[in-house]
Design a protein around this ligand. Structure first.
Ligand code: PEP
Ligand code: MN
Length: 262
């Protein structure tokens, strides 16, 4: 069902005034984790000022270590909803438990399925049973074919509102956190009709190359870029090393816009 052979026209995900897919690319930004009302509010105000309409923020955090911050859970989704309605933003947040999918639809506009859960088939099925758009991340070691099949799980249950996001894959290379697979973008655009985005933060894991990687993603045909922004990254409860602070985000956005690709 996700194949271009089945449907030629691009799938477009409408989030209020913002359309993702087949047109003007979008910038999605926000903190790695929702940490507090005030933290999300500071980011939201900066995004609003920069003309960004879609904010991300993790409430359920799949962390490598069980001793690391695990997220605020439903409380985090409530914070996102409250702040988003104040600033007129749309929200994206990761859900990790199939039992939370329906409830999440009341608080957020897009449900993210994280890299670690790309082949959590019960979660994919639950995501397929709602109407809320889904942002599906590529698994850490997933082939493009496995990624496309994961999307098919969702669409085959009836939810056609699926976006794909390349977030880097594990290779032998240590210079970046993961290896951004730029070639996945044109391949996914050719082979599926779904919007394709690039997560520059989790793929590279380094602030100094976010802008060139975002430009590369857009030049390769991506429908959007995702980047993490935090009011004070040094104190962030997750991904402290690679989140941009607000002035850095403004500069990043200006650089990407200068390319004429966004
Ligand atoms: C995230 O986007 O918050 C995240 C955890 O990313 P990934 O699933 O790609 O590691
Ligand atoms: Mn993160």
């Amino acid at each position: 069902l996700v194949s271009r052979k089945k449907k030629q026209e691009d799938t477009v995900i409408q989030l209020g005034e913002t359309a993702i897919g087949g047109g003007q690319p979008v910038m999605i930004a926000g903190p790695c984790s929702v940490e507090s009302y005030e933290q999300v509010r500071q980011v939201a105000a900066a995004l609003k000022e920069a003309g960004i309409t879609v904010m991300r923020g993790g409430a359920f955090k799949p962390r490598t270590s069980p001793y690391d911050f695990q997220g605020l859970g439903i409380e985090g989704l409530k914070i996102l909803k409250e702040v988003a309605s104040e600033f007129g933003l749309k929200t994206i947040s990761e859900i990790v438990d199939p039992a939370h999918v329906e409830l999440a639809c009341e608080y957020i506009d897009v449900i993210q399925i994280g890299a670690r859960n790309m082949q959590n088939f019960e979660l994919l099925k639950a995501a397929g049973d709602v109407k809320t758009p889904i942002l599906l991340k590529r698994g850490l070691a997933a082939t493009i074919d496995e990624f496309v099949h994961a999307a098919e799980y969702i669409v085959s249950r009836g939810n056609t509102q699926v976006m794909l996001i390349e977030r880097g894959i594990r290779t032998y290379e240590k210079a970046t956190r993961n290896t951004l697979d730029i070639s996945a973008v044109p391949i996914l655009k050719q082979e599926t009709h779904l919007p394709v985005l690039v997560d520059v933060t989790h793929s590279t894991g380094r602030k100094d190359i976010l802008a060139p990687c975002a430009k590369a993603g857009l030049a390769a045909g991506a429908d959007g870029i995702m980047v993490e922004v935090h009011p004070n990254p040094a104190t962030a409860l997750s991904d402290a090393a690679q989140q941009l602070n607000i002035p850095e985000f403004q500069e990043f956005l200006a650089t990407v816009k200068q390319s004429g690709l966004l």
